[in-house]
Write a protein that binds this ligand. Structure first.
Ligand SMILES: C[S@@+](CC[C@H](N)C(=O)[O-])C[C@H]1O[C@@H](n2cnc3c(N)ncnc32)[C@H](O)[C@@H]1O
Ligand SMILES: [Zn+2]
Length: 277
């Protein structure tokens, strides 16, 4: 029988799990430790690294993180953050997880939730350094979304924005009837950017993720136009996208010649509910 920490002896009620033995971790004076004495320091940036060092995996690098931070701080995706915040507030959760939280732009909505234990997980330590600064009340860990360091059936709401999606692992940590909100690009997301990059831009394909553990219960679309007013802002947006890696030098030069860019953005928010067993 595993010993689950009591409120008096720990910082959090829902414990992170040890990546070595999967036992609960207890936080004492900036060190997380399990009963087998595997220990992990809480970094001064307010996250704990629970990636086993033998695994050579990493998330977004410093350049990508800085570009995304600058872009998001411009407010261009604020309407999405507002819609997501409202949606999560109406669910009135007592525990949430931002899965693939990056530098915490959407995790910041945790600061609006009352009596709610909040977690953020990402592989990128560069991103988490930023996230820890902006969301002091959230527990952050460097870990994979495919192996979440959280116990079974403890979380009410998970959201995943433009991040890798691990349906079975999300189902494991969600309570019965818990909600999973998946935010991704709609068909015309960044159409104006793609018109510059490609002769014949394509609509983003739409796939709902069928998973036996979940029912899709709602789908919301958010669409509006953004105006980028400098080449630096255009490059920040471009660096955030998958096109950054797929575009020819010639087409990158077309983008580099622009001083302004207007583009549609279109987000789809899919809300899944975990089936009761
Ligand atoms: C496009 S970013 C989105 C970040 C954030 N959700 C946002 O919308 O601002 C994708 C994030 O997923 C993270 N990531 C990639 N693979 C991952 C994995 N297997 N486990 C956890 N995070 C991962 C990256 O480090 C990156 O921060
Ligand atoms: Zn352990």
């Amino acid at each position: 029988m595993l010993h689950y920490p009591q409120k008096s002896e720990v910082f959090v009620m829902i414990p992170f799990l040890c990546p070595v033995c999967r036992r609960p971790l207890t936080l004492t004076q900036s060190v997380y430790q399990c009963e087998k004495r595997h220990s992990f320091d809480l970094s001064r940036f307010h996250y704990v690294n629970l990636i086993r060092s033998s695994k050579k995996i990493h998330g977004d690098n410093a350049e990508m993180v800085k570009a995304r931070t600058r872009f998001l701080q411009s407010g261009a995706y604020q309407p999405l953050k507002d819609q997501l915040t409202e949606l999560i507030q109406t669910l009135n959760p007592s525990s949430v997880l931002d899965s693939g939280c990056g530098e915490g732009y959407y995790t910041e909505l945790c600061e609006t939730l009352k009596n709610c234990e909040c977690f953020g997980i990402d592989l990128s330590k560069e991103a988490l350094k930023q996230a820890g600064r902006s969301c002091p009340s959230v527990h952050f860990a460097a870990a994979s979304v495919f192996e979440l360091p959280l116990p079974d059936q403890t979380i009410d709401v998970i959201w995943s924005c433009f991040a890798p999606l691990a349906m079975a692992e999300n189902a494991r940590v969600l309570k019965d009837q818990g909600k999973l909100i998946v935010v991704g690009p709609g068909p015309r997301h960044l159409w104006g950017l793609k018109e510059v990059l490609y002769d014949t831009p394509y609509l983003n394909p739409q796939e709902t993720t069928a998973a036996p553990e979940f029912d899709l219960i709602d789908e919301q679309t958010l669409r509006y136009e953004i105006q980028l007013e400098s080449q630096a802002q255009i490059q920040d947006l471009f660096t955030m996208t998958p096109y950054y890696y797929k575009t020819s030098i010639e087409n990158k030069q077309k983008l580099a010649a622009l001083a302004q860019l207007s583009t549609e953005v279109e987000f789809i928010l899919r809300i899944y509910q975990k089936k009761s067993v």
